[in-house]
Design a protein around this ligand. Structure first.
Ligand SMILES: C[S@@+](CC[C@H](N)C(=O)[O-])C[C@H]1O[C@@H](n2cnc3c(N)ncnc32)[C@H](O)[C@@H]1O
Length: 424
């Protein structure tokens, strides 16, 4: 009952506009007695409800005569429907628990009976109710209609695959630190611990099942980092070599920064405008036993406030974006974003790019990265940038899964966009 109730509370906070990761972090902080298993159960429910929210809402709307005004009751029903359809717990236990939670949530005496009746009605007619919910795109794909429409327009051939990939459980992928071990040797270590893995590409090892980091052999010794395979393409695409001066302009929490230092012996400046997130970069560097040349808290779009006048050979601009390529990992994103956010992000991205370009040496390269699939933040940004900067040339991104810079999300990796600019 406590688990259901905490899940209901968390969903309510997320849907009011808060970031899911932060909501769960706060929940663990305020409930230190929750066991790992209980946390796992809450996490599964909250992620699951957000993943399938469109479908669950489609089912619920058929089960109630008029929309429920009590948000907590509505969220409790969504949680229970998710559990009935997607979890292995026995139906009677889920319904009993929902009825007991209702009594805690509301003083209205009729509510418990209503919840009981709605859930039993679902159990009697689940196939028909789900079929009807899935007859609508928002139910079938569990995304807002504007998102579905935009993807269909921008990816007429692939939009369905993208939407379905967004609802998959994302894989856990490791980046093998070649300074400390090799992919083959680390895979052997994993085998010894009975952790199954396969190589996605280069240093990326995808686990068949996620495991807690404490279970990963030699993790604390820096043999591996956790990083999506798509994100692991940034360092090779930036083409860093020994001795270069490199700026990672939007660096926190440091996944790509640490990778850059694993592939070459560089002088790396790590920049981010969020000190708390920069602290996480420091922790990551510490675990790997490396240190960047300098770490700066500053605004990439306001270089006069932190730049010392020394030009860079390479710049990585992994800019803030809608994160529409990482919905599998963060299912709250699809419900929290508004279509108007894309213009806001595009503006921010242009300002950062325009400000960073003058800091690049002639014959240097700047890699523009987003974890988005929307053209507004990707191809359109490149066109705008090339129009404004006659000394910029777009270099080809060569990779068999990347098409015109776009890596589409699938069951092996998140979605990313890469554009490499060369300065003449
Ligand atoms: C996509 S995340 C970067 C992820 C990081 N590169 C990695 O691989 O771990 C974007 C980062 O940009 C930072 N950011 C947002 N606006 C910024 C700005 N104007 N200047 C510098 N950093 C900014 C955010 O704090 C966030 O950490």
């Amino acid at each position: 009952m406590k688990i259901q109730q905490l899940a209901v509370d968390s969903i309510e906070i997320v849907l009011s506009g808060k970031n899911l990761t932060l909501v769960l972090q706060a929940l663990w902080h305020h409930n230190p007695l929750l066991s790992l298993q209980q946390r796992g159960a809450i996490q599964d429910i909250v992620y699951g409800v957000l993943r399938y929210l469109g479908q669950l809402e489609g089912v619920l709307s058929q089960l109630v005569k008029r929309p429920l005004s009590d948000k907590r009751l509505r969220n409790l029903l969504l949680v229970s429907l998710y559990q009935l359809h997607y979890s292995k717990s026995p139906d009677y236990a889920i319904v009993d628990c929902a009825v007991a939670t209702t009594r805690k949530l509301t003083k209205n005496k009729g509510s418990a009976g209503l919840v009981n009746a709605i859930l039993r009605n679902f159990l009697r007619n689940d196939t028909a109710l789900l079929d009807l919910a899935n007859a609508h795109e928002t139910g079938r794909f569990s995304h807002p209609q504007w998102w579905i429409d935009k993807l269909r327009y921008q990816y007429p051939q692939q939009y369905e695959a993208i939407l379905l990939a967004n609802n998959h459980h994302p894989p856990m992928t490791l980046r093998v630190n070649r300074h400390k071990t090799s992919v083959i040797d680390y895979q052997a270590l994993l085998n010894r611990c009975e952790i199954e893995s396969c190589q996605v590409w280069d240093n990326a090892l995808m686990l068949s099942k996620p495991v807690p980091t404490q279970k990963l052999p030699m993790f604390e010794q820096g043999y591996v980092s956790i990083q999506d395979a798509g994100a692991q393409l940034a360092a090779p695409f930036l083409d860093v070599r020994d001795g270069m001066t490199v700026l990672d302009a939007c660096a926190a929490p440091g996944g790509k920064s640490t990778h850059l230092m694993e592939v070459a012996n560089i002088q790396l400046t790590v920049l981010d405008n969020d000190q708390q997130r920069l602290d996480r970069v420091s922790e990551n560097f510490k675990r790997l036993g490396i240190e960047p040349f300098q770490q700066v808290c500053g605004d990439a779009a306001l270089t006069s406030s932190w730049w010392d006048g020394k030009y860079f050979d390479r710049i990585l601009a992994d800019v803030p974006c809608s994160a529409s390529g990482v919905v599998g990992r963060h299912p709250d994103i699809k419900w929290l974003r508004r279509i108007t956010d894309l213009a806001t992000f595009a503006n921010m991205q242009q300002n950062i790019l325009d400000a960073l370009w003058p800091l690049l040496k002639s014959e240097g390269k700047l890699l523009y990265v987003t974890c988005s699939v929307f053209f507004e933040e990707n191809g359109q940004q490149v066109t705008n940038f090339l129009d404004k900067h006659p000394d910029a040339r777009l270099l080809p991104i060569v990779h068999n899964e990347v098409n015109n810079g776009q890596l589409i999300p699938n069951s092996s990796h998140d979605g990313f966009y890469y554009a490499s600019f060369y300065k003449i």
